[in-house]
Every structure is written in structure tokens, then in C-alpha cells.
Design a binder for this molecule. Structure first.
Ligand SMILES: [Zn+2]
Length: 301
């Protein structure tokens, strides 16, 4: 079990919202122990915890919201915070979407590494999966099964012959997140983009923030960052979605053609089954005797 962490310095950034196409300013600030990841819609004066009960939409991207205020496309930033173990942060946005940056987590990793990370006193709670939780739907599959570590095994299969079938299996930690996952960009198909933009979606989408694919290959001039960048981006999205649990995850996540919507259903199914998981807190029990004596005592092995 590790200690909680926050940023050493605040981070200011701005960029384009993928779906709204609008310019958004964003500010990430250090926060105290047990604060969690909280968004603040400055223009509406509403705080939105990055928690399951505030996930209001999962079509195309993950949207959180409360009291009529929403923040769209939170998953890449949330994935970065989870991947780098930033537990406590206040994220102020002057708009309704997190900037898409380059479509990956790499710019967030760079900004956070530059700002620095500060370890705090309190321990980060862990969620331990005790029995498998699965969802099968329309030829898609997703599951969480017991494991001592956070592992991901992901497979995708697209009709598109350029992407085809890709699969990846890895243990998620700070190092693997940065090296294997963080640079993978979001992607879309030429035919879908025309449809989306006709419906006022993906208005900010461009070759600067997405890999665009047609039947023959990628439309972008710059090459893929990983040979299997597509499945790696799906892993990035899944980490962001699962981070909504608010705990360090001790489980193996299995997915076949999953997405934000199925991840959301999986989390709900898990949390509704009290026998399926356990949340473990501080490994030491603090006992205050008089005013200052503190006797650590091991708990949970
Ligand atoms: Zn994504």
C-alpha cells in the first residue's frame, strides 16, 4: 500500500474540446489528503467529484456532471492521474470539456512531471476484487477478476483491415503507464467523423488530436506511435474509466471490444455486489493515547 500523492505546483493549460470544438482553459491545483480528484466548473460555480455517481454520459466519451453542470471527455486526464498516482487534485475548467491536447495522455504526463509530485501522509485505499464480475453484451465482453496487481488484458477487432485484431496484456504501474500506454492517441474512422460532425460532435477533432483511419490505412502524415496504438488507447480509456472507483485497483481487467459504456456498467455491477470486493484502508491502526502517543499496529497482513 502506498501513500497518497498530489502535485507539487499548479498546472495551467488550454486547448480545444474534442466534441465541442471550443477553446478551454484548465487549471490543476494541489489538494489535501483524501480530497480526491474533483472538477470545478468555474463559470457555473459547481464542484463535481470524479466519482461513479457523477458519471452522467458514456457515449463516445466519459462525461461527469452535477447540478446541471458537466465536464466532458475526462477519461484521458483521469487515466493520467491514475497512472501517475495523483490522488488529490482540484481541476478548474472554464468550459464544459477537458482539452483533448494531442488525443493521448502524453501532454498531461509531461505537464505533471514538470510540475512535480508530492507524497502525502495518508495511505491510498485499495479495492480488492474477491470474485469475478463479468458483462457480456452484443459480442462484447468485459470483466474484473481477482489479482494481486492491477493487470489489463485487452483485445479489439475491427472490420477495418488496417486495424484488424490487436491485443495487449500488461501490468499497470507508473512506469508501464508512461512508456506503454500514455502516448497512444484516440482514433476515429473517416466515415464516422463525417457523421459525427454533421451531428455537432467531434467538432474539435483533427489530425492534430486523433488518428484518422480509412480502408487503406491512416490519413495522418505522422506515423503511429506504437504499432498497436489502437488497442493501447483502449487501455488508456479503460484506466480512466476504472479510476472512477477512487481506489488503487487490485484486479485483472479483461476486455474484448469494450468501451466507456460497458466499463460504466461493469463498475456498477461490481459495486452493487458487496461480496465481490473489499476496500482496504490504512495498513496501520492509529491509536492516540493521551495527546501524542502513536502505536502502529499491522492490519490486513
Ligand atoms: Zn480515448
Amino acid at each position: 500500500m502506498r501513500k497518497q500523492r498530489t502535485l507539487r505546483e499548479e498546472i495551467k493549460a488550454s486547448g480545444i474540446g474534442l466534441h465541442t470544438g471550443k477553446k478551454v482553459e484548465i487549471l490543476l491545483q494541489p489538494a489535501e489528503e483524501n480530497h480526491g480528484v474533483v472538477f470545478y466548473r468555474a463559470d457555473k460555480d459547481v464542484y463535481i467529484d470524479a466519482k461513479r455517481e457523477n458519471v452522467v454520459d458514456t457515449t463516445l466519451a466519459t462525461t461527469i456532471g452535477k447540478d446541471g453542470a458537466v465536464v466532458k471527455t475526462v477519461e484521458h486526464l483521469l487515466a493520467t492521474l491514475y497512472g501517475l498516482h495523483i490522488d488529490n487534485v482540484l481541476i478548474t475548467v472554464w468550459g464544459d470539456e477537458v482539452p483533448i491536447m494531442d488525443g493521448s495522455s502524453a501532454p498531461w504526463v509531461y505537464l505533471i512531471k514538470t510540475a512535480g509530485i508530492r507524497e502525502q501522509g495518508a495511505y491510498k485505499k485499495e479495492i480488492i476484487i474477491k470474485k469475478p464480475v463479468k458483462i457480456k453484451e452484443d459480442g462484447k465482453f468485459v470483466a474484473l477478476i481477482p489479482s494481486k496487481r492491477f493487470e489489463i488484458q485487452y483485445a479489439i477487432q475491427f472490420d477495418n483491415s488496417f486495424i484488424g485484431k490487436q491485443k495487449i496484456s500488461l501490468v499497470v504501474n507508473e512506469r508501464t503507464f508512461i512508456r506503454e500506454i500514455s502516448k497512444a492517441r484516440t482514433f476515429g474512422f473517416v466515415r464516422d467523423i463525417e457523421y459525427l460532425q454533421a451531428h455537432n460532435l467531434a467538432l474539435g477533432g483533427s489530425l492534430d488530436n486523433a488518428i484518422v483511419v480509412d480502408e487503406y490505412g491512416i490519413v495522418n502524415e505522422d506515423p503511429l506511435r506504437y504499432e498497436d496504438e489502437f488497442v493501447r488507447h483502449k487501455v488508456l480509456d479503460a484506466i480512466g474509466d476504472l479510476s472512477i472507483l477512487g481506489y488503487d485497483i487490485k484486479a485483472k481487467y479483461l476486455a474484448y471490444k469494450s468501451g466507456h459504456d460497458l466499463n460504466r456498467k461493469l463498475i456498477s455491477k461490481l459495486l452493487e455486489d458487496r461480496d465481490a470486493f473489499e476496500v482496504v484502508g490504512n495498513p496501520y491502526r492509529e491509536r492516540v493515547v493521551g495527546s501524542f502517543v502513536w502505536a502502529p499496529q499491522e492490519e490486513n497482513g
